[in-house]
Design a protein around this ligand. Sequence first.
Ligand code: SIN
Ligand code: FE2
Length: 224
Amino acid sequence: MSFQPFVPISSASQISLLPELSSEQSLGSQAWLLKGYALPHAGAIFEAVADALEGSPLRKMSTARGWMSVAQSNCGAYGWVSDRTGYRYATSDPLTGTPWPAMPPVLYQLAVNAAQHVGFGAFDPQACLINYYEPGSRMGLHQDRDEADLKAPIVSVSLGLPAVFQFGGLCRTDPVQKVGLEHGDVLVWGGVDRLRFHGVMTVKSASSPLAHAHRLNLTFRRVT
Ligand code: SIN
Ligand code: FE2
């Protein structure tokens, strides 16, 4: 599974996005969508992810129910892994047998700043899950609850192809909000919203040949 460079967006489209940079939308009492928050750092994020993937390449993980459609890897002290026996955090990459690549400072700082921006001071993420969606990939509704520390928020950065994020409630059957995520958007959820079910609907290919060919999502979490 190779990580293909994104086509850089033109300066014209960056300019048209500027008015959105500071807008933030509340999705719950402790959940926010920060539109375009990561946009100024997109190039540096992309380079940092490409570096990390040199050490721990993308791969599709299996679950008790079959293969995931999203290709994944991790950076940071802990990485989230799945196999037929279940989900867990590991300090080493089962594929390489070596520790996950360190979390690049640009990624760490972006996550800390985004959390702080909405009132979660002192977020100290230990894991960055790298999710790489080809058109046709999706992620089913789930809760992030493999972390021993559920007090820390989750910061989730989206780049590349747009996607529809499903943000549900604390029960799987609760109504689901559909949230459009675009290149540069950041979600932060924690506190009373920390265990809300969420997922990503099937990613569609870009309608314009100049647009991105994949979606990249970075999910930052405190594990211990
Ligand atoms: C996840 O929940 O791990 C990923 C969410 C996303 O891709 O936006
Ligand atoms: Fe998740």
